[in-house]
Design a protein around this ligand. Structure first.
Ligand SMILES: [Zn+2]
Length: 139
């Protein structure tokens, strides 16, 4: 799916479905730097410097993402990074990384029917009462 190519302008380019990563070849005079080409859903392909992105690595691989503010429309774009190769590539060019965990509540078992809008309205009305804590404990 991902293949390294050398462009005519002296970049080494890795293309994939979700992003294109380009780095200058080591033989170039300037220091090695990178351009990350990503896709904004509204503007299409945009080029970013590694510092323009944030890679969010989760202990659950499917929840890994990277995000950036689109340089054209300035909207926040969040993309999945479940593919370990995307994580490796973004880390290799110095994209800032943040580690995070899914909330522990996701692994809790839940019993009973789901809350409805009526349940929320009842709770809101209950919270206006001075004895709301006692009432809530008995229901
Ligand atoms: Zn955009």
């Amino acid at each position: 799916m991902y293949q390294w190519e050398t462009t005519r302008t002296g970049y080494r380019q890795l293309s994939g479905r979700r992003c294109i990563l380009r780095t200058r070849l080591p033989s170039m005079e300037c220091a090695v730097d990178a351009i990350v080409k990503a896709t904004c859903p509204q503007c299409g392909d945009v080029e970013l410097e590694p510092a323009d992105l944030v890679l969010r690595i989760c202990s659950i691989a499917d929840a890994c993402t990277y995000h950036f503010s689109c340089p054209r429309c300035e909207k926040l774009v969040v993309k999945p990074a479940a593919d370990g190769r995307v994580v490796t590539l973004l880390q290799s060019v110095g994209v800032p990384t943040v580690s995070w965990e899914l909330p522990a509540e996701l692994s809790e078992t839940h019993e009973g029917p789901p809350l409805t809008i009526d349940d929320l309205i009842d709770l809101r009305l209950l919270l206006d009462r001075p004895d709301w804590a006692e009432q809530l404990a008995t229901t």
